[in-house]
Design a protein around this ligand. Structure first.
Ligand code: FAD
Ligand code: SF4
Length: 500
């Protein structure tokens, strides 16, 4: 019997389950495949292609040094190189770690190979799918906060005698400071491209398929060692102030105090537990502020695991959900960044340059606009999936369809994240440099976030009334004069006609 292991582009860790399942590593046949068909589903960010392919090539090289028998193929499809490799090495059992993305599991089931295929349970998350399903079943609501507390107990993170350190589970209230005055933000940890990465950049430049974004500014890390450097940099220079300005947005400040770890975690270059434990250890050694440390740990131990768990828990129709029946097409400016709405212009241009935006830019600028303007959820999901450096199906569906657009009707968010210009003006400096007036709801200078926000509440009043947390906001809608409401509806309608 000969076992061979197929390593997918987001499984780049030597302890990943499929590699771990084989005792004899020396001369173990392993295969990596860069497929061109696979990247034509949508116009991916060029930097995402470079990141994944360069990280795969680096990891393949690392395994070669360790005496694995590495085959690295560039091909249109997956089946052709797999079949040839199975024959060449007389492989009788192909093992691979269960993919994180459901569509890829379908790809594997559709393969016709002359050997047995064994899927080994994925070990890139703290919670296995079975454990999450067990936690979730029979619950009325899948509350992230309950899940997070369970994670803290299970892995004994920031705990003292089974109670949360500091007495509170969640210090989020301390982490919503608006940006005021000059903020002394720390620089980010970037890298210079090496020969392998330069080769991949040349390949991506030469592709004759549709892509998105700029390539010139590629500065991401592509190895586990570099990913560990980013973690270390975050802990040394960013973690202590991560909390207070977590939700703030400032022109020209792309990353603030954020960790920039999602690209590496999602490729398997870093593991969630090592990140959490390194942060907890720094807290203990250097007495860092608890609101920052807890705030960060909640993201990785809470939100990230929860999003992955929910993704595999919900049924296969989840990606098609459209609770509000929104149908507007995605405006062209999402691809070009050319819009007079300064907040959107700033964030979209930043995404073009780096493939990155921090959480509040994604949630309260990009997906908030898509939600209140009534854009088709699947078009928005497709855009996010194409544009972001850290996007994969498992993290897209729950974050965009669920959290951002509430298209699942509240499976995971307790209310829609819909906001007017007031929020953006409070949490950023974008409105200062904008042609629109953040205070106006109708008229030539009115901010589109305002008329869309009120139009959204008006259009979906019946549905929103069923969401307890919306009743206070709907009362404000009731105070609006019928004339103003009529003008708002008209302006929202005209905007779509002008931008279609
Ligand atoms: P930090 O703010 O420093 O957070 C630390 C870590 O927590 C992140 O690295 C990430 O691994 C994890 N995390 C926090 N929140 C989430 C979450 N909701 N889902 C998953 N992980 C989380 N995250 C992605 O990894 N890929 C995506 O494509 C993605 N798209 C998003 C789209 C929308 C509309 C929204 C609302 C959120 C999205 N997120 C996505 C979650 C989150 O915004 C990013 O993980 C985070 O901004 C990554 O930057 P960072 O590493 O600097 O994060
Ligand atoms: Fe964005 Fe409106 Fe503020 Fe302009 S005024 S930056 S469009 S929220």
């Amino acid at each position: 019997m000969t076992i061979g292991v197929w390593i997918l582009g987001d499984q780049l860790w030597e302890q990943q389950a499929a590699l771990q399942s084989v005792a004899q590593k020396e001369n173990l046949p392993v295969i990596f495949i860069e497929s061109l068909q696979h990247i034509q589903v949508r116009p991916y960010h060029q930097q995402k292609l470079v990141l994944v392919w360069s990280a795969m090539r680096h990891f393949a090289e690392e395994l070669r040094q360790k005496q694995y028998l590495v085959t690295y193929k560039i091909s249109d499809d997956f089946a052709t190189p797999l079949q040839a490799w199975v024959q060449e090495y007389q492989i009788t059992e192909l093992r691979l770690m269960m993919p994180s993305d459901r569509p890829f599991i379908e790809v594997i089931h559709s393969l016709e190979l002359s050997c047995k295929i064994t899927l080994i349970p994925n070990n890139h998350f703290l919670w296995s799918t079975e454990e999450f399903n067990h936690w979730a079943k029979n619950r009325k609501r899948l509350l992230m906060e309950d899940f997070y507390r369970e994670g803290r107990r299970r892995w004994q993170i920031l705990m003292a005698q089974n109670k949360p350190i500091g007495g509170k589970w969640n210090l989020d209230k301390e982490n919503r400071q608006p940006p005021k005055g000059k903020l002394n933000t720390p620089p980010a940890q970037w890298f210079v491209a090496d020969k392998i990465t330069l080769d991949v950049i040349a390949k991506v430049k030469s592709l004759s398929i549709a892509t998105y974004g700029d390539l010139e500014t590629f500065r991401w890390g592509v190895t586990r060692q570099q990913a560990l450097q980013v973690l270390d940099w975050f802990i040394q220079h960013r973690l202590s102030d991560f909390g207070p300005y977590q939700d703030a947005m400032v022109t020209g400040e792309q990353t603030m105090w954020h960790a920039m770890l999602s690209p590496y975690l999602n490729l398997g270059l870093l593991q969630p537990l090592e990140v959490i434990q390194a942060v907890e250890q720094a807290y203990q050694q250097h007495q860092l502020p608890l609101n920052s440390v807890e705030g960060f740990i909640r993201q990785v131990l809470g939100w990230r695991e929860y999003m992955h768990g929910v993704y595999h828990y919900v049924d296969a129709a989840y990606p098609d959900k459209n609770w509000f029946n929104h149908t507007q097409a995605l405006p062209e400016f999402f691809w070009t960044g050319k819009t007079q709405m300064n907040c959107l212009h700033q964030v979209l241009t930043q995404v073009q340059h780096s493939g990155y935006a921090h959480h509040i830019q994604r949630l309260m600028v990009l997906s908030n606009f898509a939600l209140i303007a009534g854009l088709l959820p699947q078009a928005v999901e497709n855009w996010f999936h194409a544009a972001f450096i850290d996007a994969y199906d498992w993290v897209m569906q729950t974050n965009v369809i669920g959290m951002g657009l509430f298209a699942d009707g509240g499976v995971l968010a307790s209310k829609p994240y819909a906001a007017s210009a007031n929020y953006i003006n409070k949490m950023s400096d974008y409105c200062k440099g904008c042609e629109y007036n953040y205070k106006e709801r109708v008229g030539k200078n009115a901010c589109p976030f305002n008329f869309f926000y009120w139009n959204f509440l008006d259009q979906h009043r019946d549905k929103l009334q069923t969401q307890g947390r919306m009743s206070f906001i709907l009362k404000n809608l009731d105070k609006m004069s019928p004339e103003e409401l009529q003008s708002i509806r008209k302006q929202a309608h005209i905007w779509h006609t002008d931008n279609s």
